[in-house]
Design a protein around this ligand. Structure first.
Ligand SMILES: [Zn+2]
Length: 362
């Protein structure tokens, strides 16, 4: 088996096993009444159910983190090194993980409080209110992510290469995006992989290019990548993505609420507001997610094809763009031809084989 096939196979097996284990362990956690015991243990600390829920989630989350630490280290550090993709030291990996978790906790606290508020106040109709809150939250997050969250992890600086700036200005005048929206970020501190992204909405919109991409790719190659990201901007993919995921979140929270209220009595609880029962929401969401994930990914892959079309139309560099995609695939050890079922279910981007073939037809 070649290097990229075995790398991707390991990553997939780890991620599927991790999800399957989370699913089973959470059901066991509630069924075995360990969650009720944890709730009783923390109840004396505060009389507020909101505070109790935060504490309960924090302790249960910490236990899960410790439980999965060896697997996360294996997949996130050991395997990345084994395949020559990582630039991190062990300490750096731990620090980055802790930073990631801390930001995650800060973002999660308002979501958990909003969830509990919805369930306490609106009973079985909690899903409508919660989905509406999640919509507002995701718009806010899309707005602040490039300004507040990304800089916590990476140093983001303007593109300094004069030649590249000139070509971005030229392409940007056609796409309606200013050169001041294009930045570099120091992804090389963590990885040898190269990447670029379009992020943010409104005034916070940005194209960010990995320094690894800027270092190892020619100006013409980088231009095609920027043109692809401009394609995401031009086709309003972020806003469309938020609208679509809001529709999906209303549907999925409705389904989650329905299954959850049935499970409550199966597991011997009397009310959906009981904190010890709430961990069940996660396996239920994972189950509903099995249906939503392939639909979301299919839409995302469509967006990628649209951005590719735009890149070719803007640069008129079909074969350079194809070479760039091949080069990125090699560098990132992506699988150019994954199993069709794996691609259908897990891939947010079409496999590079399909992208190159689609570009050929343009
Ligand atoms: Zn893209």
């Amino acid at each position: 088996m070649n290097k990229s096939k075995s790398y991707n196979r390991i990553k997939l097996v780890v991620s599927v096993s991790r999800n399957a284990a989370t699913f089973v362990i959470l059901l066991f956690f509630v069924w075995s009444e360990l969650s009720s015991e944890l709730y009783l243990l923390i109840s004396p600390i505060s009389g507020s159910e909101y505070l109790r829920l935060l504490l309960f989630t924090f302790i249960a989350g910490a236990l899960f983190t410790l439980l999965f630490l060896p697997l996360d280290y294996y997949s996130g550090f050991y395997i990345e090194h084994k395949f020559g993709l990582s630039n991190q030291t062990t300490i750096r990996w731990f620090l980055e993980s802790i930073k990631g978790m801390s930001v995650g906790i800060i973002l999660l606290v308002p979501v958990i409080l909003a969830f509990y508020f919805s369930i306490i106040t609106f009973g079985d109709n909690w899903w409508v209110i919660f989905a509406a809150i999640i919509f507002v939250f995701s718009v806010l997050l899309a707005r602040i992510a490039p300004i507040i969250i990304l800089p916590l992890f990476y140093k983001i600086t303007p593109i300094d290469d004069e030649d590249l700036r000139a070509s971005i200005t030229r392409m940007g005048s056609l796409a309606g995006l200013d050169v001041k929206n294009v930045y570099r970020f120091d992804m090389s501190k963590n990885t040898k992989k190269a990447n670029a992204a379009f992020t943010g909405i409104g005034k916070s919109k940005k194209i960010i290019l990995g320094d690894t991409l800027l270092a190892d790719f020619s100006k013409a190659e980088i231009e095609t990548v920027i043109a692809h990201e401009m394609g995401h901007y031009k086709n309003k993919h972020i806003i469309k993505g938020i609208i679509l995921s809001t529709i999906f979140s209303f549907i999925s929270f409705y389904l989650i609420a329905t299954v959850f209220s049935v499970l409550i009595s199966v597991f011997g609880f009397s009310s959906i507001t009981q904190i010890a029962a709430l961990p069940l929401i996660i396996p239920v969401s994972m189950f509903i997610g099995l249906a939503i994930t392939p639909i979301n990914n299919a839409i995302s892959r469509r967006f990628e094809y649209e951005a590719d079309n735009y890149a070719v139309a803007l640069t008129d560099k079909k074969s350079i763009f194809q070479d760039t995609l091949r080069k990125l695939t090699d560098k990132n050890l992506s699988d150019p031809e994954p199993h069709p079922l794996v691609e259908w279910f897990f891939y947010s981007h079409p496999s590079v084989g399909k992208r190159i073939a689609a570009i050929e037809k343009l």
